[in-house]
Design a binder for this molecule. Structure first.
Ligand code: URP
Ligand code: ZN
Ligand code: ZN
Length: 470
């Protein structure tokens, strides 16, 4: 069994930082010791990595990605191979992607299709949530099977996208009741889709076709209303609820108020809602704004959403930062919406940049170092049944480790990223900090800015239930 010793670094966890050395044996962490504790066995190790001046932290856990997702007449441009290599470059060593079932389809076939896409093609470990796009008796039965036998313990429903993934309130209630019985988590895309469709048709009829109308036809009220409705339905069903990609401060308030009343309601946001905005990005001249079309949409900075999201990350009103990585190229993909914003495939790719972008919140004083680890590594693992295998550096945990150089810098650009995209939503952004070395289950997969892992190294993660529930 290969032994690797990480010396000299500052070990980070969700509860703080300490000077410690870390011993890895095979695929797991063998022990953590005070500085120098392992000196007498260093010569017996296969490798000693000097992390002096750097952070040694758990590998990132991104619980919201869409590799190869069919959407809007095309499919997300990252395969499991390209997407997980990019994830590794960015210090993310586990992803949880979304298998898809639509109306009339068999849920188990949907899951099998996602296994077929990912199996043998991943550079880091991966699990699945299941999208239930057609709630019926068979789908509800399949939820039980997936949760009990397949390690798929979370199910995404959509209040948006009528005719594609949409569920009505009765369907949502039934799925929530089923989840409640299983202890499984319902993940909700909370936007009022039928109302949005009316606003979209009216905007197009007025000749409003530019990308910025994507946001203007998805007003905050329709995110707020859907978030509140989802919370009420979950209350009736007594089901745990996790609101995905929260972008509006009004939706944050709905989540916060449910949590204040003791409900099992959780929320995530994503880097795009912290850094990008309607005015500065989506409303760019011409068709450039198409790069920033995602749902929920980018919000106006002057309305205070960005500040409210950072605050909610500090106060734990929001629990996780994931990416909702759903990349589309401009050419041939986003271009499908030239002259009609409603045909632009929804999604932004950033699986490679989540750890760096969130670290900027540490640099600018928005969050602490410990909270960075908690939001990006530990809580995602606990929320989705991967802890303590993932999300923490502790004896027995998988040896998924990031050595992060706080004195390094990263310039984000399409010229240097590894995602299969012909543009970057963060082009030209200069980031303080740099992913130095990444290990996945004891294997060095990134060093010297080079991928040293192998496709197929990533294994499927059968997940347990959320560890935030009684
Ligand atoms: O714009 C987005 N978010 N695309 C991916 C699908 C989803 O709703 O998460
Ligand atoms: Zn969604
Ligand atoms: Zn998504």
């Amino acid at each position: 069994m290969a032994k690797i010793l990480l010396t000299g670094g500052t070990v980070l966890s969700s509860s703080g930082a300490s000077s410690a050395d870390v011993l890895l044996e095979g695929e797991t962490i063998a022990a953590l010791g005070e500085r120098g504790y392992f000196a007498s066995i260093a010569s017996t190790c296969d490798r000693v990595i000097d992390a002096t001046g750097k952070y040694v932290m758990p590998g990132g856990v991104d619980v919201h990605t869409h590799m190869e997702l069919p959407f809007g007449g095309t499919a997300a441009s990252d395969t499991f191979e390209t997407g997980t290599i990019a994830a590794a470059f960015g210090g993310t060593t586990s992803i949880v992607d979304f298998a898809v079932q639509r109306t009339g389809e068999d849920v188990r076939d949907g899951l099998a299709a996602w296994h077929a896409k990912a199996d043998g093609n991943c550079a880091v470990d991966y699990g699945f949530h299941q999208i239930i796009g057609g709630v019926d008796d068979a789908a509800l039965e399949a939820m039980a099977y997936l949760s009990e036998h397949e390690g798929v313990t979370s199910f995404k429903l959509f209040m948006a996208y009528p005719g594609v993934f949409y569920s009505d309130d009765g369907q949502i209630l039934r799925a929530m009741q089923t989840a409640s019985g299983l202890g499984a988590t319902i993940m909700m895309h909370a936007e009022n889709g039928p109302a949005i469709d009316v606003l979209v048709a009216q905007a197009l009829a007025r000749g409003e076709t530019d990308p910025k109308y994507h946001s203007l036809t998805r007003p905050v009220e329709l995110e707020e209303e859907a978030t509140h409705r989802a919370i009420m339905l979950a209350k009736v069903a007594k089901a745990p609820l996790y609101i995905v990609h929260v972008s509006a401060k009004e939706a944050v308030a709905a989540v916060a108020s449910a949590r204040d009343m003791g409900a099992n309601v959780f929320g995530e946001t994503c880097p795009q809602y912290l850094y990008l905005s309607l005015e500065e990005h989506l409303a760019k001249a011409g068709f450039e704004g198409a790069a920033y079309v995602c749902s929920t949409p980018l919000r106006s900075r002057k309305e205070g959403h960005h500040d409210a999201l950072w605050q909610a990350l500090r106060t734990n009103d929001l629990s996780i930062v994931s990416t909702d990585h759903c990349p589309f190229c401009m050419k041939d993909q986003k271009e499908l919406g030239l002259g009609n914003f409603s045909k632009i495939p929804n999604g932004i790719g950033s699986v490679e940049h989540r750890m760096d972008l969130l670290y900027q919140g540490v640099v600018t004083g928005e969050i602490s170092l410990a909270r960075w680890v908690e939001l990006a590594c530990t809580t995602p693992a606990r929320m989705f049944g991967l802890y303590p295998r993932k999300g923490v550096l502790a004896p027995g945990s998988d040896a998924d480790v990031v050595i992060y150089d706080p004195k390094g810098t990263t310039d984000i650009s399409v010229k240097t990223h590894h995602m299969n995209m012909d543009h970057s939503a963060y082009e030209g952004i200069h980031v303080d900090g740099r992913v130095d070395t990444v290990l996945s289950r004891g294997r060095v997969v990134i060093e010297n800015n080079t991928f040293t892992g192998s496709v197929g190294h990533g294994t499927y993660l059968k997940r347990g239930l959320s560890q935030y529930l009684l």
